[in-house]
Design a binder for this molecule. Structure first.
Ligand SMILES: NC(=O)C1=CN([C@@H]2O[C@H](COP(=O)(O)OP(=O)(O)OC[C@H]3O[C@@H](n4cnc5c(N)ncnc54)[C@H](OP(=O)(O)O)[C@@H]3O)[C@@H](O)[C@H]2O)C=CC1
Ligand SMILES: CC(=O)C(=O)O
Ligand SMILES: [Mg+2]
Length: 753
């Protein structure tokens, strides 16, 4: 670690407030009544319910989602026995990872107790507080005894992360690494540096998965663990003691297919690397400094696949890839333990994930480069949102099948959806639409078929079965990108590719359609021909117009307005609408707010405000939401006579006349729209039954500013803009759109088709 990085790490821990963790309340505690419910006397009801039926603790307290990270500070990373207090930053970090990656509430407990029996007593007594226990950084051999005693005594999962979390990820990495190197586990010769908690658990799992004990040689601080050795031996290590004359790590490296380092910094010397077998795996996993640096391995053995425990090199083999998700699955199934079947399920899910393409979120988190299965990507990366979606259900299912689940998952599709809600914030809002789209998948054309975000979106559209995608672009480029990105779509089978340079039979007739549309609007025939060939938005709109597709997603590159004009020129507005408007959703932790008109009309009239409101309310209903509309203004319920305030009052009358059942009110301040109590102070007869979810703005500036402001200030997720009032379903992407955003718009467009 260089000095700059060390200083940055210290500042990170110090500022803006000490540490990495805080506790937050999950219930409102704002009124006298809240206090009475949460505390005395109301709390007594919950206590009595639990006293009568202990299972109620899972319904009424945090227990079911609460994991303790517990250590005695005796093997803290590779820093050794630095003590309970000094281990606290690591344990706080593990607790944060539980929260960040799996929405598990977690607290670190550093127990200053070296005696295993007394440590066990301290931990066992905590059972009522937690849904599971994650033991961390406790040295071998005491960790084996501690874990075993606690597992016997406690009826909740007890899992020593350095043993089993590490073993699971190492097993996945070894499985995939050997596959790439063309080797198999039963034949592989494995040499470890380290005979502690992590190394021995890894070996046990590898043996359970098919590695042969006679192919394994273990070394530790005293060298080879050989039969008859007495110094620094314990029964756990002794299981792997070998009949051999060799005494040093260097000597046993000859012909090794796998070097597994779970020991200490720099113990593997570059000059020993030539001894390894051809195409070896070098897993140098000591933290923070590995047994050897990857650059040294690459220089000496370009045929090796290298992994470390760190985030700053490819192939991070670290238990963070496992523990949040295995606990998620265990807690959700109410597992009483984490058993072998659950561990193997986690290994299989992890290994499989690396072999299918990585998601956009992973690409974004790692500098825009989407990793592809290969020597520098043998296991998934920690920011991969699919980890929770794949590992947790596999583990829950294994818990059920092996008979340790007390709260079996009844419906795995529904369970996956709850996990998706955590990963993709748009999940809740989009679900009804995705279900609807899936019922009758429509043909959706994407004008920018070469855009990587579009390709990723199309992969998830295919996975979710919500549309039949049609891509416009150069066939060769799309094929190459799909391959390079490791996407699984079958371009011959499930996607229709349309190349303007090759598919004359499709594009030729579109030119005629376009000429007929725009020939009398100042577009000469040659220009029309070029527009169809060179402007994919025009071509996509024409395909929609000609009925060759059911919906279109265009733009995403360059100016939004330019694409909008091109789309509008071809498709035009509905006969029943006077104008087209744009509505944008911002998905926030508390729900979604829709804003209208965010992109098109600079200064709408009262009639146009009324029309956009009615169209927007209809679109909000299509998301399965009940629209509650606020007409916003600087004026509060008639306070101002300014033209914009009068306009909104007039619009309200028009809306009420056209849609008497719609919950709508105005003109009002934005806070009155969102906070019923503030609204109540201004008027007592508002028909709005709760916070408004559709905010209608007096002009383009306020709508555009408002949605961007809310999105940026509250870390919201944008949905849209959605075009309201178009004759056929077509939407124009903003340049900042993500693949998930494109997939969401595809579902919207499909359901409109
Ligand atoms: N990447 C990952 O996900 C993980 C990495 N680790 C790393 O693995 C290492 C060990 O952790 P853990 O098993 O929990 O700790 P333990 O204390 O249980 O085991 C440490 C082992 O390393 C051996 N060792 C120590 N120094 C040397 C040395 N200089 N040369 C050879 N062997 C040595 C010890 O030998 P002896 O038995 O003789 O004392 C012991 O066998 C740490 O660096 C830790 O950061 C651990 C868990 C997960
Ligand atoms: C990653 C981890 O748990 C360790 O190094 O101890
Ligand atoms: Mg650890």
């Amino acid at each position: 670690m260089d000095e700059d990085f060390r200083k940055a790490a210290l500042d990170y821990h110090r500022l803006p407030r000490p540490g990495k963790l805080s506790v937050e309340a999950t219930k409102r505690m704002a009124t006298q009544r809240d206090l009475a419910l949460a505390y005395s006397p109301g709390v007594a009801a919950a206590c009595e319910a639990i006293a009568e039926n202990p299972q109620c603790a899972y319904e009424m307290t945090t227990r079911g989602n609460m994991v303790a990270v517990i250590t005695n500070g005796t093997a803290v990373l590779g820093l050794g026995a630095i003590g309970a207090l000094a281990s606290k930053p690591v344990m706080e970090g593990k607790a944060v990872l539980f929260k960040k990656f799996a929405a598990i509430d977690s607290i670190d407990l550093e127990v200053d107790e070296l005696d295993p029996a007394r440590f066990v007593e301290a931990v066992a007594a905590l059972e009522p507080s937690f849904g599971a226990i994650n033991l961390e950084d406790i040295k071998a051999p005491e960790c084996f005894e501690i874990e075993q005693s606690l597992r016997q005594r406690m009826k909740i999962p007890v899992f020593h992360d350095d043993q089993h979390g590490t073993a699971i990820i190492v097993a996945a990495a070894v499985r995939n690494g050997l596959l790439l190197q063309g080797k198999n586990l039963a034949e592989a010769r494995i040499v470890t540096s380290g005979a502690g908690a992590a190394a021995l658990a890894c070996l046990d799992l590898l043996v359970a998965m098919g590695a042969r004990a006679e192919n394994i040689t273990v070394t530790d601080i005293k060298g080879v663990v050989y039969a008859g050795r007495t110094e620094l031996m314990d029964p756990y290590k002794a299981r792997y003691a070998r009949e051999t004359e060799a005494r040093t790590l260097a000597e046993v490296l000859d012909g090794a297919d796998v070097f597994l380092g779970l020991s200490a910094p720099r113990v593997l010397k570059a000059e020993w690397l030539p001894r390894l077998a051809p195409r070896p795996l070098v897993l140098a996993l000591a933290n923070p400094e590995p047994e050897i640096l990857p650059e040294a391995v690459r220089a000496a053995r370009p045929d090796a696949i290298v992994a470390t425990g760190r985030s700053d090199y490819p192939n991070q083999v670290n238990n963070v890839l496992c523990f949040p998700f295995i606990f998620r699955g265990a807690l959700d199934a109410g597992a009483t333990t984490i058993n072998e079947a659950m561990k193997v399920a986690a290994v299989e899910a992890l290994a499989r994930l690396a072999r299918i393409e990585a998601s956009e979120v992973v690409a974004a988190a790692y500098g825009g480069q989407a990793p592809v299965f290969g020597p520098d990507y043998i296991i998934p990366k920690p920011f991969d949102p699919r980890l929770i979606l794949e590992i947790a259900p596999s583990v829950a299912r294994a818990a059920m099948e092996s008979g340790v689940a007390t709260r079996p998952v009844a419906d795995f599709n529904a369970y996956r959806e709850t996990l998706e809600r955590f990963v993709y914030r748009s999940g809740d809002l989009m679900r009804p639409m995705i279900h609807a789209a899936r019922k009758a998948p429509k043909r959706v054309v994407y004008s920018e078929g070469e855009d990587e975000r579009v390709l990723r979106a199309v992969q998830s559209v295919l996975d979710d079965d919500i549309a039949e995608p049609v891509l416009i672009g150069r066939r060769g480029v799309i094929q190459a990108k799909v391959k390079a990105m490791g996407l699984r779509m079958d371009l011959a089978e499930s996607v229709r590719l349309l190349d303007p340079a090759e598919d004359e039979a499709v594009f030729g007739p579109l030119v005629e359609v376009y000429r007929a549309k725009v020939g009398r609007r100042g577009v000469p025939p040659d220009t029309a021909e070029r527009a169809v060939r060179l402007r994919p938005t025009v071509a996509a709109a024409l395909l929609l117009e000609a009925g060759q597709v059911d919906a279109a997603i265009v733009g995403g590159q360059g100016e939004w307005m330019r694409h909008w004009h091109q789309a509008y020129d071809v498709i035009g507005k509905k006969e029943t609408a006077n104008r087209v408007y744009a509505m944008t959703g911002v998905i926030l932790p508390a729900g979604t707010l829709f804003f209208v008109d965010t992109h098109l009309l600079v200064d709408p009239t009262a009639e146009q405000v009324a029309e956009m409101t009615l169209l927007a309310a209809e679109q909000v209903r299509a998301f399965g939401l009940h629209p509650r509309v606020a007409l916003l203004s600087h004026s509060s319920f008639g306070a101002s006579q300014a033209p914009s305030a009068r306009k909104m009052r007039e619009a309200l009358q028009l809306i009420r006349a056209a849609a008497p059942d719609l919950e709508v009110d105005g003109e009002m301040h934005a806070d009155a729209a969102l906070v019923p109590a503030i609204r109540e102070r201004a008027v007592h007869d508002s028909p709005l039954t709760d916070s408004a979810n559709l905010l209608v703005m007096p002009n383009l500036d306020s709508a555009n500013i408002a949605y961007n402001l809310v999105k940026a200030a509250a870390d919201g997720l944008q949905l849209g803009p959605l075009l309201l009032g178009m004759r056929k379903p077509i939407h124009v992407l903003v340049p900042s759109v993500t693949a998930r955003g494109i997939a969401n718009l595809t579902a919207v467009a499909s359901t409109q088709a």
